[in-house]
Design a binder for this molecule. Structure first.
Ligand code: ADP
Ligand code: MG
Length: 457
């Protein structure tokens, strides 16, 4: 096979891995215009259309990219990313899509468009009808329904907060579903905070702020999920502030969700904190036992497998603070019953719960990890959670992230959130780095093992 054919196959693999590792929106924004010039186990030379992309990839995605390349070529080649010049092969064995990189989504669709716009496909299960209300979420639920029925008129903004897996996204999407059904004339924009940030950054880089503003300021309803990711992003906060004011003054509905109440989002500007409190702030708490029983019942109902009362009670007793885990356990048990062709038993439920939450993940908390690592490296806890990038802090912080990923069930985003609001790619980079270093540095590998065992025993 010719060298260029090899390169083409390798590049296909790189693209496939990247597509799996980063959300589609981000892939389109950052990697679509990338082309390989050389791709061998020794050398990887890639081009991108401009310096902005180059720097951003270096800052945010270099770990993911390196990993994708070494998986594809089976080595750890030196990596150079440079700006494409005239004469560079536009398609050096590159199967990547040919269309020009589109950094911004198209402008808003016409008013009559029957569906909301969103960067995520709405989950068809996330309907109000599938949401089980209870004392812990009643207020949030009622507020969401009111806003969906009378956008811009009842509570503005609606701010939902609560910890992970308690139904924030479900309620936001419930609002979208309800409005798309009853108010097809409304322009609804639902997206994650991360997407908002990415659009903004790309718009600035490409001088397309007008298009960005038009898109975000001409909607009837704007829903942003996980707005706490605005923390630490000054310019995006500034832009969001103006978006907020424009929509608010035009009586357009704004709906936000977050993992904590506005005042507790670190580094969120005061003027945003106060605006977020103008309408209604509704908190979602972990469900009480009776609600958990009802939720298990509801989730079981979706499977067509009978769960004995005692299994329902067992699950409601064992999993208290995260409904996603309840759902996971129900799915797992239904799956086991199906595979073994046996009726559901408490023993199966026990196994499912055990698998979901290995003993270590129940006990080890990120706080515990941070304290332990701070002690080991003799640095203040505050520094680990902060933003300083000096090596003496950055490295132990990466160790923390690595341990958090290994010993807890937190997502990459959540882990990033603990360490000065860093995003998931930073966490991925840290995991990658520590893993690599452990391979070549026995001392570090031993330290990591010792810290792990210490933490989970
Ligand atoms: P969050 O966005 O707060 O992390 P999600 O909305 O993703 O949580 O909810 C996690 C899972 O739990 C989803 O599958 C959702 O349908 C389910 N869920 C959460 N709260 C309820 C509820 N009150 N009734 C039924 N399902 C729920
Ligand atoms: Mg969510």
């Amino acid at each position: 096979m010719s060298e260029s054919a090899h390169a083409k196959i390798a590049w296909d693999k790189v693209v496939a891995t990247l597509r799996r590792s980063v959300p589609r929106q981000q892939f389109d924004t950052w990697f679509r215009g990338m082309r390989p010039v050389t791709l061998t186990p020794e050398v990887a030379e890639l081009t991108v259309p401009n310096n902005f992309l180059r720097e951003w990839i270096h800052r945010k995605y270099i770990g993911v990219l390196r990993r994708a390349i070494s998986d594809a070529v089976g080595g750890a080649p030196s990596l150079e990313i440079r700006i494409a010049e005239e004469g560079d092969p536009a398609e050096a064995g590159a199967p990547a899509p040919v269309e020009a990189p589109s950094l911004l989504p198209p402008p808003p669709r016409p008013r009559t468009h029957p569906h909301g716009e969103s960067d995520v496909v709405l989950n068809p299960q996330y309907l109000f009808e599938h949401f089980v209300p209870g004392p812990s979420n009643n207020f949030a639920y009622a507020a969401a329904v009111a806003v969906a029925d009378q956008p811009g008129k009842s509570y503005n903004p609606l701010f939902l907060h609560g910890s992970v897996g308690l139904g924030k996204t479900h309620l936001l999407q419930g609002i979208c579903h309800r409005m798309m059904e009853r108010r097809p004339d409304m322009r609804i924009l639902y997206l994650s905070c991360e997407t908002f940030t990415n659009h903004f950054v790309a718009a600035v880089a490409n001088g397309e702020l007008d298009g960005f503003r038009y898109r975000y300021r001409h909607v009837d309803v704007l829903l942003i999920d996980d707005i706490h990711f605005l923390a630490d992003r000054e310019r995006t906060q500034e832009e969001f502030f103006h978006t907020f004011n424009t929509l608010y003054n035009a009586n357009k509905q704004i709906i936000l969700s977050s993992d904590s109440n506005p005042a507790e989002i670190p580094t969120l500007e005061e003027r945003l904190v106060s605006r977020f409190k103008w309408g209604i702030v509704a908190r979602i708490d972990p469900p009480v036992y009776e609600t958990r029983v009802a939720i298990v019942g509801r989730k079981v109902g979706m499977h067509g497998v009978a769960f004995p009362e005692e299994v329902v009670r067992f699950l409601a007793e064992s999993i208290c603070s995260n409904i996603r885990e309840i759902e996971g356990a129900v799915n797992k048990i239904a799956g086991m019953a199906h595979i073994y062709q046996r009726p559901v038993t408490v023993e199966m439920a026990r196994e499912a719960v055990r698998d979901l939450m290995p003993p270590s993940s129940v006990r080890v908390s990120i706080d515990g990890i941070i304290r332990r690592v701070a002690e080991h490296y003799a640095i203040p806890v505050r520094d680990l959670m902060g933003k300083r990038r000096t090596k003496s802090i950055a490295f132990p912080r990466q160790v923390c992230m690595f341990l958090a990923r290994r010993l807890t069930s937190h997502s990459l985003e959540e882990i990033g959130g603990y360490f000065g609001g860093r995003d998931h790619t930073t966490v991925m980079y840290a995991l990658d780095k520590i893993k690599r270093e452990c391979e070549s540095n026995d001392d570090l590998a031993r330290t990591i093992e010792r810290l792990s065992t210490g933490l989970s025993s």
